[in-house]
Design a protein around this ligand. Structure first.
Ligand SMILES: Nc1ncnc2c1ncn2[C@@H]1O[C@H](COP(=O)(O)OP(=O)(O)OP(=O)(O)O)[C@@H](O)[C@H]1O
Ligand SMILES: [Mg+2]
Length: 240
């Protein structure tokens, strides 16, 4: 069953028409990168899939089941893990409480393993979410999503605000999630790193898909990568 399939999404914020017929698919065992400039509609696409900003037209399927119009918790319950942009953790709960919050779904991720993957979180176990640094909050948000043992993991700019070494760690975890049989939909500003990691890539511009193809083909098109990556992403090299 295809983990995620969105077809012809037309999504609005009030009268503002943001997505124009966006179709994207995440197949079994794939890492898919969703790229595009600021304001292109990446987050809106993820919100449309999760049911946070339901599309006015178009359909979303998760593992074959039509989920368009369902509330986010119902989509999540099918095994869709979502790490939103800007780490929506519970500031008044401790790290440990944040990680114990999600409902248990059996699978490879346990609390002990999450602390092993993110030793920094183990050290701050008793600290409140609000006392964590931005990077630590991002790790907490990712760890929390992993504890749901999702069958498809959606990440909205997980590298934002993280030091390069931690980013490598996060990307290593993304690879591990896939090795354990889940699929990943990754929104990432760092174009080079994302296409090095992904199997396929989509590029959004102004609420439309303007490119869709194998990530390695995209990576080989230096002009296209440079156009999208801009100057800020040139400093990273996260190849294997
Ligand atoms: N809550 C909102 N109300 C109105 N307009 C919004 C809202 N959220 C986003 N938009 C607009 O929708 C468009 C797409 O935004 P979106 O957040 O999906 O972009 P993005 O590709 O995720 O950008 P970024 O890389 O900056 O995160 C932008 O023009 C943005 O200003
Ligand atoms: Mg965004």
């Amino acid at each position: 069953m295809t983990p995620l399939s969105a077809v012809g999404l037309e999504t609005f914020y009030g009268k503002s028409h943001v997505l124009h017929g966006v179709s994207i698919e995440v197949r079994e065992g794939e890492i898919v990168a969703l790229l595009g400039r600021n304001g292109a509609g990446k987050t809106t696409t993820l919100r449309s899939i999760m049911g946070l900003t339901p599309p006015r037209e178009g359909s979303v399927r998760a593992f074959g089941q039509l989920v368009t119009g369902l509330p986010p918790f119902r989509v999540a319950a099918l095994g869709v893990g979502y790490v939103p942009e800007g780490r929506k953790i519970f500031g008044n709960l401790t790290v440990d409480e944040n990680l114990r919050a999600p409902a248990d779904r059996p699978g490879p991720w346990t609390l002990a393993r999450a602390y092993q993957a993110f030793p920094r979180l183990a050290e701050r176990k008793a600290n409140k979410g609000s006392q964590l640094s931005g990077g630590e909050q991002e790790m907490l948000a990712i760890a929390r999503a992993l504890l749901l043992n999702p069958k498809v993991l959606i990440l909205d700019e997980p590298s934002q605000g993280l030091a390069p070494l931690i980013v490598e760690e996060v990307f290593r975890i993304v690879r591990r999630v896939r090795e354990e049989g889940a699929s990943v939909l990754l929104v990432e500003q760092n174009v080079r790193a994302a296409v090095a990691l992904a199997d396929r890539a989509y590029v959004l511009d102004d609420g439309k898909v303007i490119y869709e193809g194998a990530a390695k083909d995209f990576a080989a098109d230096e002009a296209r990568v440079r156009e999208l990556a801009g100057a800020s992403a040139e400093t990273w090299d996260l190849g294997d």
